[in-house]
Design a protein around this ligand. Structure first.
Ligand code: SF4
Length: 435
């Protein structure tokens, strides 16, 4: 099969993995227009400082020996199969990079022959890109469950970010739908990457890289000490994972509790929550896709854990799902009305963060500005606080401007939450989180 055809198949096979942020959409060029989009191939991702970068998103192979029920590339699914060699892939990346189409690579693979063989193919590709082609662009690489830890460790030396997808939140789900994988086969490399990420930081901090020669394998002669700091810092952008939502009966409470543990124990940078989409007539899974609203609410809840100082136990229990009619912060506030209203001129920063309509930037602005004098309602407007929501939970110099009837307020907050989702739609996973 021609390389072009294989690239088409392999980039289409990668589009269901959202652990590098976003997939493309389909829009053809018109007769007199410029530009077009494709549903797969080049995708956009976001760096930690908020920059948007283009990545070639591709699999090395979609010819899987495993049969995970939720996956388009599973052995039993009747799709066209293709594989690309490390050499072909390196050439492709370099050509696209030179033409300015991409700034990096998101590379994954189905399990071809064995987990070790697959991980070795991935490792050889990124190693060749770095050492033969001297490619310094961004690389996000998959770790393969059951692969030898040494191969995963080696790969981490060449990648900026790595990810291993948990996919199903519970061990029972894995057993039923992805029997070739075990919880341990996913957690073990995740633990290793977490160790590598942290040790790398310590080595960097201690300026002690050259003495770690025995632990870190590199082929070339060691670079000069000043350069070594950069070159040997493994996976500087950390690791991510994804959890498919709605393929199993796992509740949002269970999913978020797991995410909280992943952030705390393994220092994950992001957990992604793609809503389940049936692919290729699944027999053991739902035949209809999961409502996107569930996915969006999970991303909002995720922001509460990572940036707003909430613990999962404060806003959900393991038995239930989120309230999809209200965003999670408003839902928490409506269930804790005894804590409101708070006085904007004196409430601690952590309490400001809990007010619906006051985001991270807003709380920071209020905290800073009130050091120079009392704030009034117009000051808050100037700070671009979302007052139509916030005014119901605050007083300004002792005055309350909101709705003082619980049921009316609840209806109002529901309409506000719906509008918020309409505004941001499918982009909630990349928002900067002013909720
Ligand atoms: S191992 Fe990966 S590629 Fe293979 S079927 Fe499972 S999820 Fe799909």
């Amino acid at each position: 099969m021609e390389l072009n055809e294989r690239v088409k198949i392999l980039s289409a096979g990668a589009k269901y993995d959202v652990s590098c942020s976003s997939s493309g959409s389909n829009r053809n060029n018109s007769a007199n227009g410029i530009g077009s989009t494709a549903s797969c191939g080049i995708c956009h991702s976001f760096t930690q400082d908020g920059r948007c970068i283009s990545l070639l998103k591709i699999l090395m192979s979609n010819d899987c020996i495993f049969d995970c029920q939720y996956c388009i590339n599973r052995r039993s699914n009747d799709v066209e199969r293709a594989t690309i060699t490390p050499n072909e892939l390196c050439e492709l990346v370099i050509n696209l990079y030179k033409r300015n189409y991409i700034e990096g690579l998101f590379l994954s693979s189905a399990v071809i022959q064995s987990p070790d063989q697959t991980m070795e193919n991935l490792l050889n590709t990124v190693k060749m890109l770095r050492q033969v082609y001297h490619f310094n662009g961004y690389i996000h690489l998959k770790a393969i469950p059951h692969a030898d830890q040494f191969l995963v460790e080696q790969a981490s030396l060449h990648a900026d970010r790595m990810s291993i997808n948990i996919e199903l939140p519970s061990a029972q789900g894995l057993k039923a739908l992805a029997p070739a994988k075990t919880k341990e086969s996913i957690i073990k490399p995740m633990r290793l990457l977490s160790d590598i990420y942290q040790n790398g930081r310590e080595l960097y901090k201690d300026n002690n890289l050259l003495t770690s020669k025995d632990n870190i394998m590199i082929d070339d002669a060691l670079p000069k000490k000043a350069e070594a700091k950069q070159l040997l810092k493994p996976i500087p952008a950390g690791q991510t994972t994804q959890l498919i939502v709605g393929a199993t009966s796992d509740t949002d409470g269970i999913i978020l509790k797991l995410s909280e543990a992943l952030y705390r124990i393994y220092q994950l940078k992001r957990v992604y929550y793609p809503a389940y989409i049936p692919v290729g007539n699944p027999t053991l899974l739902p035949t209809t896709p999961v409502n996107k609203r569930r996915e969006n609410r999970l991303y909002q809840a995720d922001w509460l854990i990572r940036f707003y100082g909430f613990s999962v136990d404060e806003f959900i229990t393991p038995e239930v799902n989120l309230n999809y009619d209200l965003d999670p912060k408003s839902d928490w506030a409506m269930r804790n009305m005894d804590k409101f209203p708070i006085e904007i001129n004196s409430a601690p920063y952590e309490v400001l963060l809990r007010v619906p309509g006051i985001g991270i930037k807003g709380a920071w602005r209020i905290n800073k500005a009130r050091k120079y004098g009392h704030l009034d309602f117009d000051d808050l407007k100037r700070m671009r606080i979302v007052l139509k929501r916030a005014k119901n939970f605050i007083t300004v110099n002792g005055k309350f401007f909101g709705i003082d009837n619980y049921n009316r307020l609840n209806n109002y907050m529901m309409s506000e939450s719906a509008e918020q989702l309409n505004m941001f739609g499918n982009y909630n996973n990349v928002l900067t989180g002013e909720i």
